[in-house]
Design a binder for this molecule. Structure first.
Ligand code: HEM
Length: 488
């Protein structure tokens, strides 16, 4: 309990300090009477009604970003209710409001049930899917494995895996085009399986698992977005979904059991999960918990990291001046040798490029919460049970917060600009106590991959190939990303 309170206090103090130190942040706060003062008469939330009966549900399924953009343009600075068939969801995009949901009153905003059902079928009871006490126990158990220091300790393993993945590119430097989105998906899949299971996963198991996980991602995405449909509507692909869950279970449980028996130390994430002990009960995880957490880490970390990298390549191709500066930094810091974790700390501009890519194309482009009890945000009353939608993609492009928001400009993330912003004007890794536990690992993996690829190759988009963001479970390029690879 002591840690619990300390942890949340720490989170809040950090947020408060950032806000206090920042004049610009104050300027950007919305000048409404009070977010918290429930004694004021509640304001009525503007509603986007859409069509009779279905409301804006068709547009939400077809083009949610356009719908959200339209909503914030029409009602700047406000919470906006969207009518989705029989229910209403509230779109929350302004930093003070986002902070209220993710941090200040986060305990009142659970993850809800309907949308999470298909995710829970795959991830089971894990850090991502649990709530309340059981979430807190998982987080307390796993947090120490994901600190910046612990992530850095994986650098050598990561470099080894990335280097072997890059060998594949040698075969495609003949001017032919490849789909960089697929390549990055393959690379991060092998990187994450590698840091999770290192050498205890052979080529055959990697391929079996990769195939099953691909089906799981496809089927979960479909089910998450169709969760608003009535229950009697059956979603196709049920058999493939169940088979993929079975294959994943068998493969991962076999790895876990073999590992327990081997008694060897592999220095990977599974090792850390096996060794973790709850500091109160002193117990570790059983096989089922290990299975749930491993799948969760894989699914949470894979597509998010690979789409980040894909957008980085796209943006670098479109901005040669940024690419030039990035190359100069990588040349100066690591030249042609393999990077170490000391180098990574010096790859400041590389990190800024990645952060700016995640501003324009946040892989976790939306987060959903459900109010547990009645609440008031900025004078708007929310009833218990209300679904709240947060959309980093929209917040990251609000004119009130960002100068020329559509422009790719990594300088926004120069250290001197950091304190001038509201901490919830940028939240690609979520926020509050449930922020992304894999943040350090993700940044390290992307920095290393960018540096190691730039050392060897120059990537160019195939002229005329259309590029458009497709909001699914992550924000991917709709038509993939055709690129050519030239040796440097
Ligand atoms: C660029 C890469 C990544 C992005 C953009 C990202 C984004 C996010 C976001 C937005 C959340 C919050 C979700 C919510 O509040 O509803 C989250 C949570 C989470 N992420 Fe990541 N993530 C990334 C990489 C990773 C990696 C590499 C791992 C692990 C290997 C990971 C594991 C998790 C887990 C377990 C949670 C749930 C934490 C909790 O609820 O306590 N993520 N991530």
């Amino acid at each position: 309990m002591e840690i619990k309170e300390g942890y949340f206090k720490q989170q809040q103090t950090k947020q408060q300090q950032t806000l206090k130190n920042s004049d610009t942040a104050r300027k950007h706060q919305i000048n409404h009477p009070s977010i918290f003062d429930s004694s004021l008469t509640p304001k009525t939330c503007p509603v986007i009604h859409g069509y009779p009966f279905v409301g804006v549900l068709p547009e939400l399924l077809h083009n949610p970003l356009r719908l959200f953009q339209r909503a914030v343009k029409k009602h700047p600075g406000e919470l906006v209710a969207l009518k989705l068939g029989p229910i209403q969801a509230h779109l929350v995009t302004y930093p003070d409001h986002v902070q209220h949901v993710l941090n200040d009153n986060w305990q009142n905003f659970g993850k809800g049930e309907i949308m999470w059902k298909p995710i829970r079928q795959v991830m089971g009871k894990s850090l991502m899917t649990s709530q309340g006490e059981s979430w807190f126990r998982s987080r307390r158990l796993m947090q120490p494995m994901f600190t910046a220091k612990q992530a850095n300790a994986l650098t050598e393993l990561l470099v080894k895996i990335i280097a072997s993945e890059l060998a594949r590119f040698e075969k495609v430097t003949d001017g032919g085009a490849i789909d960089m989105e697929n390549e990055m998906a393959l690379l991060t899949q092998n990187v994450i399986l590698g840091v999770l299971f290192s050498s205890s996963i052979d080529r055959f198991r990697t391929e079996t698992l990769a195939k099953a996980l691909k089906v799981l991602v496809r089927e979960v995405s479909r089910r998450v977005f169709l969760c608003v449909l009535p229950k009697q509507f059956s979603i196709p692909g049920e058999r493939a979904f169940r088979n993929a869950i079975q294959t994943t279970d068998n493969t991962i449980l076999t790895i876990i059991r073999a590992r327990r028996q081997s008694g060897l130390n592999y220095g990977d994430l599974l090792e850390r999960l096996l060794q973790a002990r709850d500091e109160e009960s002193k117990t570790g995880m059983n096989d089922q918990q290990l299975r749930d957490e491993s799948i969760t880490l894989f699914l949470a970390g894979n597509e998010t990291t690979s789409t980040t990298l894909t957008w980085v390549w796209y943006l670098l191709d479109k901005h040669p001046e940024v690419e030039g500066k990035l190359r100069a930094e990588i040349d100066a810091v690591i030249g042609k040798r393999q990077p170490t974790c000391v180098d990574v700390a010096k790859l400041q501009y590389t990190k800024m490029v990645i952060q700016e890519a995640m501003r324009l194309y946040p892989p976790g482009w939306f987060l959903a919460r459900v109010a547990q009890e009645d609440d008031v945000i900025d004078g708007y009353a929310l009833k218990a049970g209300t679904t709240v939608l947060l959309c980093p993609y929209i917040t990251h492009r609000l004119l009130k917060l960002w100068d020329r928001p559509e422009v790719f400009d990594p300088e926004r993330f120069a250290p001197e600009h950091f304190t001038q912003r509201h901490s919830y004007s940028y939240f690609p890794f979520g926020g509050g106590p449930r922020y992304c536990i894999g943040k350090h690992l993700a940044l390290l993996t992307t920095q290393l991959t960018v540096a190691m690829m730039v050392q060897k190759y120059r990537l160019r988009c195939v002229p005329g190939h259309p590029v458009e963001a497709l909001p699914g479970i992550t924000l991917r390029p709709r038509y993939g990303l055709r690129m050519t690879v030239e040796p440097v």
